[in-house]
Design a protein around this ligand. Sequence first.
Ligand code: GUN
Length: 298
Amino acid sequence: MSKLIDGKSVAAQIQSEVQAGVDELRDEHGIIPGLAVVLVGDDPASRTYVSMKAKTCVKLGMHSLNEHLPADTSESVLLAHIDRLNLDPSIHGILVQLPLPARISAHRVTDRIDPLKDVDGLHPENAGLLCLGRPRFIPCTPLGICELLVRSNVPIKGRHVVIVGRSNLVGRPLSILMSLRHEFGDATVTVCHSASQDLAAVTRLADILVVAIGRREYIRGNMVKPGAVVIDVGTNPAPEAGGKLRGDVAFDEVSAVASRITPVPGGVGPMTIAMLMRNTLHAARLALASRTDAPSPA
Ligand code: GUN
């Protein structure tokens, strides 16, 4: 078995499953799943991610709407865009790319998205459902990490998962997901963050170590238990390597100690996009179910 956990090939497998679902929805119900991605400003990394999302959408036969708003867009204008997308029947999923300019409240923005179109799983209703073990939309990166582990035959049940990072996008929802009583869960989960003392002593306890702190090559070989599985969520540009991406894990050192490890790029990143496509298909199916469940007029 290869030490590398290949996110690209697992993501390709999921994309083909999503494509089959898209074909069925189109052929049997005349519905084309639609995803709107809203980008505010010109952050180069965000532009790249947004265009990858749109390309994948089109490749899988979905409708893609990219709205690019100037960096000085006011919060009220952005909220008005979301209101319009909430009402647009051709749009089943809405994603506002984060981070937003500091003037705009990310909370007010995510709260405004129709929870049935919230393919990011960031609306309080969806976050609450996840906490209760009744998930509707699960944030794409945590869901992608779990799918990647399961499809790479990494056992999760009963294992000690240490997550470094507690963001709303990755660390916190992942900690909930992996502690739930289900296929992706049943793990013992520890969450570390910037106030954790003796981080290395905790990371060395991990059977599965997930790192999402946004600090380049922060996790070194001596912070990892021999034989651990390491998932690197980091994407930090390396200026000396022409902007190539490096993870939050020092790959060469850590791969000498770990039993399995995700590369950067080609690990978690493609899984995030594949999960966004799957969540969009799920949103389109929810829209169909609400249509067919509606009582017919007398
Ligand atoms: N920025 C980086 N990752 C994500 C994501 O999964 N969703 C959104 N909305 N913004 C992001």
